[in-house]
Design a protein around this ligand. Structure first.
Ligand code: DAT
Ligand code: MG
Length: 144
């Protein structure tokens, strides 16, 4: 296994519910190192660019509206096997199918409003990290 980076977003429902602290604490306790972080408000257009891979899907409009409905908190996380481990940590997209103890099982209301994002591959994680952050925003290097 090698050290990887993954991109997460504490979504607008996470921020609105006052769960930023709790979720961030769990992320750190699970061994993920935060190497970049900020709070931003997406627009429907910038949310759409992030989720461009889903643009033909029926839920795309709803997804862009939700992701621009309030502030969110993107972060770059670093850990051994970060991409796969973080997907396990957050749980299935549909919270009804998420394993007990995962972030989505514990906090998400629905498939659309599911609290948190996690990259699904190292390659997509790089695209997603670059979508939100410049190299100069990243505080540590892999292997440091
Ligand atoms: P994930 O976020 O687990 O990677 P995804 O990439 O398939 O899931 O979809 C991106 C987001 O789009 C997901 O977090 C919530 C929303 N979404 C996916 N499928 C949906 C559906 N059937 N109805 C409503 N929203 C959906
Ligand atoms: Mg996805």
């Amino acid at each position: 296994m090698s050290v990887e980076r993954t991109l997460t977003i504490l979504k607008p429902d996470c921020v609105k519910k006052g769960l930023m602290g709790e979720v961030t604490k769990r992320i750190q306790e699970a061994g993920f190192r935060i190497v970049a972080m900020k709070m931003i408000r997406l627009t429907p257009t910038t949310a759409g660019g992030f989720y461009a891979v889903h643009k033909e899907r029926s839920f795309y409009g709803e997804l862009c509206d939700f992701m621009s409905s309030g502030p969110c908190v993107p972060m770059i996380l670093e850990k051994e096997n970060a991409v796969s481990d973080f997907r396990t940590f957050i749980g299935a997209t549909n919270p009804a199918e998420a394993e007990a103890g995962t972030i989505r099982a514990d906090f998400a209301d629905s498939m659309g409003k599911n609290i948190i994002h996690g990259s699904d591959s190292v390659e997509n994680g790089l695209f997603e990290a670059n979508y939100f952050f410049a190299q100069s925003d990243i505080v540590a290097l892999v292997g440091e």
